[in-house]
Structures are given as structure tokens and as C-alpha cells.
Design a protein around this ligand. Structure first.
Ligand code: SME
Length: 159
């Protein structure tokens, strides 16, 4: 039987933005990013796998992640995959059906949709939040709004 999981609600988004501050606490850098991915993955059922990549020269390098398994894509050239595309364009990408997007680099067989949100600092992309969903069309404009707010918080804790 196919089960569907709840998508993010506006109330939950608000609550999580507040919660994020207390969960991250005084942490910065990698520790802060670890706390962020754990919170997002554990609290939002539709976020099956949550990762943060950092820009390293011409590549994105996986820095922190939370989910059922590790990805083989720990280094992605900027410009490649949905991740590399979002980093190059400097804007959020939502893929409602990964099987229909030729840019998609597969990590998990269960993934059906994906959202990638750049983290921007002083006008430059310094990294991104990458989330996989096991349902088609798991991400809406609310997820975009919410994760762009999370990315702004991440940016201030980046180093
Ligand atoms: N699917 C991504 C690669 C990263 S994994 O989802 C963790 C992409 O197409 O860039």
C-alpha cells in the first residue's frame, strides 16, 4: 500500500524557524549546519533526506546531511545536476518529478522530487540546502519560502 506523508504546513514552518534558533544555539559553522539538517529531516515527514553542500572552488562539497543513507555525490561540479544548476543560477530549483528532469543526478532510488535552495552571503552563493522527497511533488512555494528563510539563517552562521 502506498502511504503519503504530510507536507510542511504554514504553522509548522513558523514554529520551525523559531525552533531552529534554539536548536542551533550558539553553534556556528559545521556544528550549526549539522543541527539544521537534523532538525529539518526529523521534523518534516516529507523531507526524506536533507543535506548542506558548500562551495569549494568550482565544486559543491557535501558538508552535513541527515537521512536514511549516505549519498555517493559528495562532490558535484557547479553547473552539474540540479544542485550544480541551482548554485550556478543562484536561485531555488524545485523538481516535482525527478524522472522527468535530465539534469537530475540520482542518489536514492526512493527519491521522487527535490528542492535545492542556495545559501547566499554578500551576493555570492556559498552553499546550498538540498532536500529529497520520496513523494512526487513534495515541495510547494511554502517550502521554498521556508527554506529560503532557513538559508538566510544558515548564511549568518556559515563560518
Ligand atoms: N540529486 C542531486 C544530487 C545530490 S543528491 O540528491 C543528495 C542533483 O541532481 O544535483
Amino acid at each position: 500500500m502506498k502511504s503519503t506523508v504530510a507536507r510542511l504546513s504554514r504553522e509548522q514552518a513558523k514554529e520551525l524557524l523559531v525552533r531552529l534558533d534554539s536548536v542551533v544555539g550558539g553553534a556556528r559553522g559545521r556544528q550549526a549546519r549539522e543541527a539544521m539538517v537534523k532538525l529539518l529531516n526529523s521534523k518534516v515527514p516529507s523531507y526524506s533526506w536533507v543535506g548542506i553542500y558548500m562551495v569549494d572552488g568550482k565544486d559543491l562539497v557535501l558538508d552535513a546531511w541527515s537521512g536514511p543513507g549516505a549519498t555517493e555525490h559528495t562532490r558535484i561540479p557547479i553547473g552539474q545536476g540540479v544542485c550544480g544548476f541551482a548554485a550556478k543560477a543562484g536561485r531555488t530549483e524545485i523538481v516535482s518529478d525527478v524522472s522527468k528532469d535530465p539534469r537530475y543526478l540520482q542518489c536514492f532510488l526512493s527519491t521522487k522530487s527535490e528542492i535545492v535552495v542556495p545559501v547566499i552571503s554578500q551576493g555570492a552563493v556559498v552553499g546550498e540546502i538540498d532536500i529529497d522527497g520520496d513523494q512526487l511533488d513534495a515541495f510547494s512555494s511554502l517550502d521554498r519560502e521556508f527554506l529560503e528563510a532557513v538559508a538566510r539563517k544558515a548564511s549568518s552562521l556559515w563560518t
